[in-house]
Design a protein around this ligand. Sequence first.
Ligand code: NDP
Ligand code: PMR
Length: 399
Amino acid sequence: MALQAASLVSPALSVPKEGKCSVCLKDSSLFGISLSDHLKSEFSSSTLRCKRELNQQIGAIRAQTTATIAPEVNKAAPDGKKTLRKGSVVITGASSGLGLATAKALAETGKWHVIMACRDFLKAERAAKSAGISKENYTVMHLDLASLDSVRQFVDNFRQSGRPLDVLVCNAAVYLPTAKEPTFTAEGFELSVGTNHLGHFLLSRLLLEDLNKSDYPSKRLIIVGSITGNTNTLAGNVPPKANLGDLRGLAGGLSGLNSSSMIDGGEFDGAKAYKDSKVCNMLTMQEFHRRYHEETGITFASLYPGCIATTGLFREHIPLFRILFPVFQKFITKGYVSEEESGKRLAQVVSEPSLTKSGVYWSWNKNSASFENQLSQEASDAEKARRVWELSEKLVGLA
Ligand code: NDP
Ligand code: PMR
C-alpha cells in the first residue's frame, strides 16, 4: 500500500520487488526541479542574504537591550521554603515548526522563559506573537548557525543578558533536497552539515560552561535527531541513505574545493547531507554524554519527534511533494504528527521529571507515550562519535 502510493508520487521512483527496505529513488529531489523553481531559489537566496544582514544589525541592537534584563533567582518564600524559579531555555530555530511549537508549549506552562535563538529576528517576533506567546515568557536573540562568528556573538550576547542557562535545545536545521550544487556557510562548510551539525557543535560546546553553572535542578542539552538518519528503520532506508563513511570529507573541511562537500567524500547530494548531519547530531549527543554526564550531571538527549510533514523544513522541496507528503505520512505510513503534538513531545524532553536519563534517543509510540529508541549501528558507533567530535573541534576552531 505504502509503495503503491509512493509510485503515484513520482516517476523518478522505482520499487524493486524483493526486500522490504529496497525502495529506490533515482533522483534525490524526488520529482526533479523546474527552471522556474531554480530561478526562484536563486532570487530568494540573494534577498535572504540582504535580510540576514539587516537581521544581524537588529539582533545586535536587541542584544544590547536584553543585556539590561535582571535575571530571576530562586526565591525563598516567607515560610523559608525555596520556590523554583522559572527555567531558562534556549531553543535554536524557534521561529517555525517544531522549535516554535516547543517554545509555545513551554511558555504556556508559565514555568519557562524561552530564548528564541533565530536568524530572522522579525520573523521570530511575528511567530511568537501569532503563536500567542506572552511577552514576559520569551526573548528573541539573533543566531545564525551558518556563521561561527554569529554563534560566538550569540554566546557573548546571551552571557551579557545575565540569564541563567538551564536547558539548551539544538533544533534548527536546513534541508536542501533539490539543490544540484552545494552551498556553503560563512566559513565554507557545506550548508546542511555546517548549519545542522557544526554550528550546533560550537554552540553547545561553548554553552556547556553556562549549563554547568546553572543551579536549576535538572539541566539538559537536547539535540534533535531523526528517523531518516537511522538505517535500522524503513524511513532510514529510503535512498539516499545516511552514511558518514570514513569521514574523509569532514576531515577535508567539506569545502568542495580540495575536498568533497560531503562527509563521506562522495558527490554532493543535498538529501544525504541532511541525513548525515542528523547522524552527526545523534553521535554528538552520545559523545557529550560519555565525556560530561558523570562530571556535570547534565542530561544529554536526542529524539525523533515524529514526522511533522507540514513544517518549513520542506520549503525547498517541489510544490507537489509538499502537497502529497503530509497525506502520505498521515494515511500510508501513519508516522504523521502535528506541529502542536511534536512541540509537546520536545517540551517533555526539556522539562518532564521522568525524562532525565542521559544518553537517550527518545521516540513516541502510537499512543504518544515516550520510549527509549534504538539507534542504527552507525548512529551509535562510539569510535565514529569520537572521530566526528575531534574533527568537528578542529573545523570550528576549538582544537
Ligand atoms: P522548520 O524549517 O520549520 O524549522 C527549522 C528552523 O531552523 C527555522 O526556525 C529556521 O529559521 C531555523 N534555521 C535554519 N537555518 C538556520 C540558521 N542558519 N541559523 C539559525 N536558525 C536556522 O523545520 P522543523 O521544525 O521541521 O525542523 C526542526 C527540527 O526537527 C530539525 O532539527 C529537523 O531536523 C527535525 N526533524 C523534523 C522532522 C519533520 O518531519 N519536520 C522530523 C524529524 C526531525 P527560519 O525560520 O529563519 O527559516
Ligand atoms: Mg519518509 C514508516 C515509514 C516512514 C516514516 C516514519 C517516514 C518519515 N518515512 C517513511 C517511509 C517512506 N518515506 C517511504 C516508504 C518512502 C518512499 C516513498 C518515503 C519517502 C520520503 C521522502 C522522499 N520520506 C521522506 C522524504 C523526504 O524528503 C523526507 C526526508 O527524508 O527529509 C530528510 C522524508 C521523511 N520521511 C519521514 C520523515 C520524518 C521525513 C522527513 C524529515 C526528517 O527526517 O527530518
